[in-house]
Design a protein around this ligand. Structure first.
Ligand code: HEC
Ligand code: HEC
Length: 267
């Protein structure tokens, strides 16, 4: 682990000069976070445990109950909750449709805790989500691709992936398939699954949510999509929309079989 992060740090340094030219640069990396990288610690894991783990245990809402009060048995978090991250987006009978893990957390908050759910943009929802992904580390991604509803979503997700939009008339496909293997503004364009046309991909879904060094915070997979939409000159699709869930299911299905290494650490 340690070596891997040090190698990543080296990459980050190599990239940093290129970064200044990018509109993408967010907040500068704080001295505290630099110290963490230097020590080989992923700040995403610290966020998962310290923020997400604490929220999971914290009594909330008018009933003053915690996630843990329902989902812990004999001190251990229920297996299905601790591994849920590997199976979402999936069909949810409360929602009557396919939803992602972020949205399942919201349903528990409104249905069982009688509280206003944390918004999908909030640090709190991301923290709980990251915590659940962290617990599922090592579990193989296995999203449903066979039920009729999953098939419909996958088809729609692939459609969104290939749809050219925005001022630059770009689609995800243009960068992540057609231009895969090429370099854009100092960054390799990579396929998002295991491989595309013989070009090795990154199995992207196995390391999101990830701590982004250029943003100095953890982002979910859908938030990463929004980053690409913004950079590609497209209007951002709303988190949790059918389009985004379908895209998430599609991109995640490309990593089916890969072990979760969440949270990741990315540029
Ligand atoms: C009062 C009890 C209760 C509380 C509190 C609660 N949940 Fe749940 N949760 C449930 C039940 C019941 C289900 C099962 C719904 C189903 O499968 O039909 C569930 C399902 C889930 C699932 C999906 C598991 C799967 O197999 O797909 C996740 C993830 C989850 N809860 C996370 C949370 C989180 C995070 C919190 C705190 C914000 C929370 N829950 C609070 C009762 C609760
Ligand atoms: C203009 C080119 C471009 C477009 C269009 C684009 N991307 Fe990206 N994408 C990139 C680059 C560059 C990266 C950074 C590569 C890296 O992190 O190594 C990236 C990274 C990603 C990642 C993270 C990969 C990983 O392994 O961590 C995901 C997921 C992703 N893009 C999904 C999408 C989706 C979905 C769309 C369409 C909504 C899209 N991208 C559109 C260029 C693009």
């Amino acid at each position: 682990m340690r070596l891997k992060y040090i190698a990543l740090l080296g990459m980050a340094v190599a990239f940093s000069s290129a970064l200044y030219a990018e509109e993408e640069i967010g907040q500068a990396i704080s001295p505290e976070d630099w110290k963490l990288y230097e020590e080989g610690i992923n700040p995403g894991e610290v966020f998962a445990e310290e923020v997400g783990g604490k929220l999971f245990e914290k009594p909330m809402g008018p009933k003053n109950i915690s996630c843990a009060s329902c989902h812990t048995k004999d001190g251990d978090i229920e297996e299905r909750v601790a591994t849920a991250a590997a199976y979402y987006p999936k069909y949810d009978k409360d929602a009557g449709m396919i939803i992602n893990l972020e949205q399942r957390i919201q349903i528990c908050q409104s249905k069982y805790m009688d509280m206003k759910p944390f918004s999908l943009k909030s640090k709190e929802n991301t923290a709980l989500t990251t915590y659940l992904y962290y617990l599922a580390q090592g579990t193989k991604i296995n999203v449903d691709t066979t039920s009729p509803m999953a098939k419909e979503y996958l088809k729609y997700g692939r459609y969104i992936f290939t749809l050219k939009r925005g001022v630059r008339n770009l689609s995800c496909q243009v960068c992540h398939e057609f231009a895969a293997g090429k370099v854009l503004r100092m960054q390799w364009l990579k396929p998002l699954g295991f491989e595309y046309n013989g070009i090795k991909g990154t199995t992207a879904a196995d390391h999101w949510p990830a701590f982004r060094m250029t943003k100095n915070k953890v982002q979910t997979l859908q938030q990463r999509f929004q980053g690409c939409q913004k950079q590609g000159g497209q209007k951002k699709l709303p988190l949790g929309s059918k389009e985004m869930v379908a895209l998430e299911l599609y991109v995640k299905s490309l990593s089916n079989g890969a072990e979760l290494k969440t949270p990741g650490l990315r540029r």
